[in-house]
Write a protein that binds this ligand. Structure first.
Ligand code: AVJ
Length: 322
């Protein structure tokens, strides 16, 4: 963590993403990293998003898991340890773990997350949803790589669900998958969840809901900047924008300044000047076609073995091998 001297006496510890935040806010196209959405309030707002009528991905992926867990467990093979990247509170994993518990003696489940609170909740939930599973929580931040995978013995099935991969640009997604690949052995497998391309009429409301929960979630990033960088962003002077970009195949999320304004960060000291209508880009959420998924997996060193869809083919679960 870089230390910065603010006065002769006081040393303030800045979060390790301080440089990224400052660079983003002084760029021509202003941006903030979407990982900053997930402080305590942001994680709570995201849980509410997953329950919104317009936000179909979570319940659609769950529908696939409910319908196809038996087949997925069958295809993944027996005797695997299940490692879930970004497990959060493990709301979706119970169904899959039960399918494995029916086929193998012991089910070892390693939920991996940066939030210890989420992992506590995951452990409790899995204890109820699948008592046969042995839960081994792993606190880890993916920006430090996937070394923890080496410490898990035996065959592994790595889960990366929820279309979390969709937050990464092509090259970053490939870099992440390659790092996972590096830590896996020939018998191991990856189960990747991806949100599929569909009409803007479905996509846009999923990221701009009628109740305004997603708008609140988006604005919360400024609340966090205000708190952690002693800044003074006026949340009421920003409008939530969600647009479908068909060329880049992604939903783009912005905060648009409704007036000309200046925001000040005190530690570190930065002046952010925003014109009326100027936007801060806060998130991309890529949507995939099957060829896009196949290519992404292939260039990362995986081979796509099988895909399961929901009845509308809105979401895909892909089993890949090294
Ligand atoms: C957690 C990245 C899968 O892109 O759908 C939901 C985040 N942002 N609504 C997504 C999100 C706005 C979500 N992911």
């Amino acid at each position: 963590m870089p230390l910065r001297q603010t006065t002769a006496r006081e040393l303030i510890a800045l979060p390790d993403y301080a440089d990224e935040v400052v660079r983003g806010l002084i760029s021509r196209q202003k941006t903030l990293p979407c990982k900053l959405f997930y402080d305590d309030l942001g994680s709570e707002l995201f849980e509410r998003i997953t329950e919104l009528p317009e936000y179909y991905p979570t319940r659609t992926e769950l529908e696939i898991l409910r319908g196809s867990s038996g087949e997925i467990a069958e295809a993944a093979g027996s005797g695997v340890s299940i490692v879930e990247l970004g497990a959060g509170t493990a709301t979706k994993t119970g169904t899959l773990l039960r399918a494995f518990a029916r086929r193998q003696m012991r089910v070892k489940y390693y939920p991996v997350d940066i939030s210890p609170a989420a992992l506590d909740a995951a452990e409790k939930r899995v204890g109820q949803d699948c008592p046969a599973a042995q839960v081994h929580p792993v606190i880890a931040d993916f920006s430090n790589g996937f070394n923890f995978l080496q410490n898990i013995s035996g065959r592994k099935l790595v889960l990366y669900l929820g279309s979390s991969i969709g937050n990464f640009d092509g090259p970053d997604a490939i870099a992440l998958l390659r790092k996972v690949r590096q830590r896996l052995s020939p018998e191991d497998a990856l189960l990747l969840g991806t949100d599929m391309v569909k009409s803007a009429e479905i996509l846009v409301p999923a990221y701009d809901d009628a109740q305004g929960v997603t708008a609140e979630f988006n604005k919360n990033i400024l609340r966090r900047i205000n708190r952690e960088f002693a800044a003074d962003f006026d949340l009421d002077s920003f409008r939530h924008i969600a647009e479908w970009n068909p060329v880049k195949s992604r939903m783009e999320i912005y905060l648009e300044s409704t007036r000309q304004q200046v925001a000040i960060l005190r530690t570190p000291s930065v002046r952010v000047i925003l014109a009326a209508g100027e936007r801060i880009h806060t998130e991309n959420s890529y949507k995939y076609t099957l060829p896009m998924v196949e290519r992404m997996l292939c260039v990362s060193g995986f081979k796509l073995e099988r895909t399961w869809y929901d009845r509308r083919e809105w979401f895909g679960l892909h089993l890949a091998r090294v």
